[in-house]
Write a protein that binds this ligand. Sequence first.
Ligand code: ASP
Length: 410
Amino acid sequence: MPLTLFAGWYRLPLYYQILLALLLGIVVGVAWGSDAAVLALPGKLILRLLGALAPPLILAAIVHTLMTAEFGGRDSLKLARLLILNTLVAIFIGLSVANLIQPGVGADLVVPATHADISQKSANPNPLVTFLDNVPKSLFGPLGDDGKVIGVIFIGVAFGIALRSQRERAIGTAEDLAELALTTLIRVLHWIIAVVPLAVFGIIASIVGTQGFGGFKALGLFVASVIIALTLQAIYYLTRIRFGSWVRPLMVLRGTRDALVTAFSTASSTATMPVTFRCLRDQVGIREKSASLGALVGANFNNDGTALYEAMAALFIAQMLGMQLDLQQQILVVLTSVMASVGAAGIPEAGLVTMTMVFNAVGLPLQFIPILLTVDWFLDRCRTAINVMGDINVSCLIDGKRTGTLGNKP
Ligand code: ASP
């Protein structure tokens, strides 16, 4: 019976699992009150695992993209310029909206005490806490001088199992190696994401139990703010297309709606790539070279929706904690968000992994990322659609003002 329940649970889509975990967390938080504080532990650990996976995942994604993408010519320079500009505009829009609406102000969250306990294991001799403290904070830490053998075992077990299915795979070229590293890391990431609902349950129960519902009103406002900012980014894209290319904005929206709907429904811009390319070439009539440069090459680096979201999320959590991020810290948010968006693989929830990097850079506590998780299943879809729209924008602008291959149109 428990096994059937377990299998049934994993057959549910992730967003159902997260919604159920959210509801359960609220019920348990209300019932247990401040005793629920201890439930924040699993969330903390899962976030720690995500944080450990982020740097190698980003590294593998960038190395893999640079190894496999076809570059060259003037268009590539134009592509690089457009990518940087669009990402900076996205972050600027995100930070402006978050500074203007201030969705997190007044929520007055505090960091629950248990989080301090876990990191100060000498002050807390609980063997479970001591054991859990060995969950690696970074993938290479335990192999270096932090000397935590249990951490090495964790990593060995995870990658040993992840690589079992790949053992017959032939490695002929360096590209195969980069591909193997990326696939294996993504596999481990999927396992961590599978326990994310547990993190949501725990952190929500602990927050509701110890601090009530203040944070949730703020969360609603945050969702609204992100949607406003993403809409502004979409307007920016369409305006640039209107004045920088031969394509008309309505024509783009009509011709690429399959890609936008696919992006929203899969939450994966990588999975959407072939659809985006086909829509641009066959429905809109963009030249094949421009469509491929924007939608296939650029797509690997171009995650403006993710950049905008990460910057807004950092500011939102800072506001909730009553922390003022000064200009210097906001600039740090900009820089890390740019890197985080470049390194984010085009798969569901990738932004969540790289967000740990942004939070670490400005000293925000990672344990509040699960609060965002409660709405991330939805916002991930919205930002993925904007990521894809960014690829569409770049393709159109590279295609320029000279009318494209209308002959391609159906
Ligand atoms: N899901 C997004 C994408 O595929 C990445 C992210 O999580 O922000 O583009």
